[in-house]
Design a protein around this ligand. Sequence first.
Ligand SMILES: *[C@@H]1O[C@H](CO)[C@@H](O)[C@H](O)[C@H]1NC(C)=O
Ligand SMILES: *[C@@H]1O[C@H](CO)[C@@H](O)[C@H](O)[C@H]1NC(C)=O
Ligand SMILES: *[C@@H]1O[C@H](CO)[C@@H](O)[C@H](O)[C@H]1NC(C)=O
Length: 457
Amino acid sequence: MGHTTAFSVLGLLSLLVGTCFSSSLRDQVRDRISVLPGQPRNVGFAQYSGYVTVNEQAGRALFYWLVESPAVRGAESRPLVLWLNGGPGCSSVAYGAAEEIGPFHVRPDGKTLYLNPYSWNNLANLLFLESPAGVGFSYSNRTSDLYTAGDQRTAEDAYTFLVNWFERFPQYKHRDFYIAGESYAGHYVPQLSQIVYRRNKGIRNPAINFKGFLVGNAVTDDYHDYIGTFEYWWTHGLISDSSYHMLRAACNSGSSQHPSLECMRALNVAEAELGNIDPYSIFTRPCNNTASLRRNLRGHYPWMSRAYDPCTERHAEVYFNLPEVQKALHANVTRISYPWKTCSDIVGNYWADSPLSMLPIYSELIAAGLKIWVYSGDTDAVVPVTATRYSIDALKLPTITNWHPWYDNGKVGGWSQVYKGLTFVTVTGAGHEVPLHRPRQAFIVFRSFLENKPMPT
Ligand SMILES: *[C@@H]1O[C@H](CO)[C@@H](O)[C@H](O)[C@H]1NC(C)=O
Ligand SMILES: *[C@@H]1O[C@H](CO)[C@@H](O)[C@H](O)[C@H]1NC(C)=O
Ligand SMILES: *[C@@H]1O[C@H](CO)[C@@H](O)[C@H](O)[C@H]1NC(C)=O
């Protein structure tokens, strides 16, 4: 090949790359959030949000919200973390961003935001994704998609999202990238991780520089999760002996997303026995706006007078439905026919495929040498610590460091066990949403994960 040909090919290439880069850069600039209604001023970090089309034929687009690290903390050299909530059908904006790990939490007025001092964006750039289509601001123009959502399409759409998103944000290519999430995202996170890992295989210096994942109170393996959940309910005195035996007999196989009729009956009996507690956090009061009841409960249970607000998701529902908020977020640009909700009943109720176990994926990704951390708030009765322990035990991993307490300022923050290829951490006193109930301890877990260091002792 002569000089001229090589030169012109290179010239054409750089021209193409240049055009592509500038159009994606235009999208990025368009997505920049100037300021959110009611947010504190001069926060020192940048935010972007908008849509990424994942299927043109159907007209499916996923909504993301990127919250960067503060410039003074070196945002441009920090890793990127994708955060997913579960349900299925629940929004990462409602939970992850607005009441767990994001910098802005919503005040009870539903109009103003306050700073979360333990926001994970102090350590990493955070990418919140509302997934799948039908959740939050993410939509599909083909309505039937909402009634046929399932694990597989969710993972494939999320992967397509990532590929397109990295084109829009080329500054994040080749940077350390992690996937994190909680609850039913215990499915999404390993499934998406597996796709990214497999597509990256054999590529040197891949654009999506995937390093590992982190899950909390994660649905992992239906069989072991069930055993551990029923045991938790019984040992915490939440259900009767007979219900315990009935659950063990009726729900010993099959899917937690699609339980048998017999299992469903046993679950209904158990639920009635649990009564009006918050199963996601069994020692804190459930959300109830009546002032008298609140006062009563505070009188009985002094530890409940702390700052934690069990109605916080209701405030988010007010805030994210404000037209001026949607405008600032570049959300709902197609005038979606239903309101923004914290969880989509349609997506959740009609959920299709849901594999029984994530453990084979764990085995594959552990063998690949990825960084894998699993944490658990130990006052959650929905995906309890016992469920997670049985599921991890089923992986039969050799232990590197035995079960031991970890400390925060001289106080036990929880316990940890390091396995070959997987680190397990509990956070004591935390419910299902660990960063909501124990923000400081959750921050320490996240920092240790990023630094790949054992929990502080
Ligand atoms: C969905 O339909 C609206 C209205 O026709 C259109 O503006 C929008 O681009 C479509 N979304 C996608 C992802 O194709
Ligand atoms: C809230 O409190 C009122 C009055 O005590 C009660 O009737 C209602 O059922 C409670 N709601 C919830 C969701 O607990
Ligand atoms: C989208 O906007 C329309 C008004 O244009 C509103 O009725 C609808 O509730 C909004 N939906 C979502 C998901 O934000």
